[in-house]
Design a binder for this molecule. Structure first.
Ligand SMILES: O=C(O)CCC(=O)C(=O)O
Ligand SMILES: [Fe+2]
Length: 291
């Protein structure tokens, strides 16, 4: 095992310990008070949103989910980089269910990574989370149509933070068979958490079906550039295992500056971030945990 894997394991263990500790009644109450006080202090500092994102914020606040056509939101140079990554993923000949562009490759062609740090995105994440935010980076992936329910193709709720915002942008058309983002709305998530006595981890389909009927599972299908804005720490979700066609997509992730847990294997390394440093504004450096 190399040093990075050991560090990743240690970070995971520390995150889990923190989540366990925060379940203890007295500590939970203290931590909630601190959290709401911090959000209260931040109210006046929240940025203004550009008009297009206002409705997204409303939807996120009401149902932790918004779906939009994202074609106007992405600048041409970002789409160019995304397409290059898609071509690279298409050329992959392994038979892994999910293939990703490596953090080093993302940093070598940084327009896409940097779009995640645009004011419009940081503003939206900050307004929704209600606190200064960390940008955890972008993941660009291909989900192969093998129908296998591994990893995040199983039902789960993300454990990183109290609130989180992810922007998932499809880079190919996604219908029922192409592995759409699948989720339960707020009420059904609550019902499933209670019915399954859920705290963390992956839930097999059959167990989920016993808590919430499969007819009530929701799916975000749509053409290329369809964009999902979602708080994955608040809703049960998964990538539905694709059966007919590959799904290509990218996911930009944001948490508060004090998440319970992060997964460093999906994030940029300190070294690549230092190489990008001179291209970033102060706000972007803060959001990338560099200051
Ligand atoms: O890619 C997807 O559809 C969802 C994957 C997932 O679980 C996540 O991004 O939190
Ligand atoms: Fe997830």
């Amino acid at each position: 095992m190399d040093v990075d894997s050991v560090l990743a394991l240690a970070t995971r263990a520390r995150g889990k310990a923190k989540r366990v500790l925060l379940r203890a009644p007295f500590i939970k109450q203290w931590s909630e008070q601190r959290y709401f006080a911090a959000r209260g202090r931040h109210v006046d500092d929240r940025p203004w949103l550009e008009r297009g994102r206002f409705g997204v914020l409303e939807d996120l606040r009401q149902g932790f989910f918004a779906q939009r056509d994202g074609s106007d939101m992405l600048p041409a140079d970002v789409v160019d980089v995304a397409d290059r990554f898609v071509q690279r993923l298409k050329a992959d000949t392994s038979n892994k269910p999910c293939v990703r562009i490596s953090p080093a490759d993302l940093a070598a062609d940084p327009a896409l990574f940097k779009w995640g740090l645009s004011d419009a995105n940081l503003d939206l994440a900050e307004c929704y989370i209600g606190l200064p935010v960390h940008y955890l980076g972008v993941e660009v992936k291909r989900e192969r149509p093998d129908g296998v329910a591994t990893e995040v193709r199983q039902w789960h709720i993300d454990v990183e933070d109290r609130r989180m915002m992810k922007i998932i942008v499809y880079l190919s058309d996604v219908d029922e068979g192409c592995g759409p983002f699948e989720y339960l709305d707020r009420q059904r998530t609550r019902r499933a958490v209670a019915g399954l006595n859920y705290w963390s981890g992956f839930v097999p389909d059959a167990n989920m079906a016993s808590a919430v009927d499969t007819g009530e599972w929701l799916r975000a299908t749509g053409s290329r550039f369809t964009s999902v804005f979602v708080d994955t720490c608040r809703l049960f979700h998964r990538a539905k295992p694709p059966t007919t066609t590959d799904r290509y997509s990218m996911t930009f992730s944001y948490s508060s500056t004090t998440p319970y847990q992060v997964f460093p294997e999906f994030m940029q390394t300190r070294k690549t971030m230092l190489a990008l440093r001179s291209q970033l504004t102060k706000r972007q450096r803060r959001a990338s945990m560099m200051e």
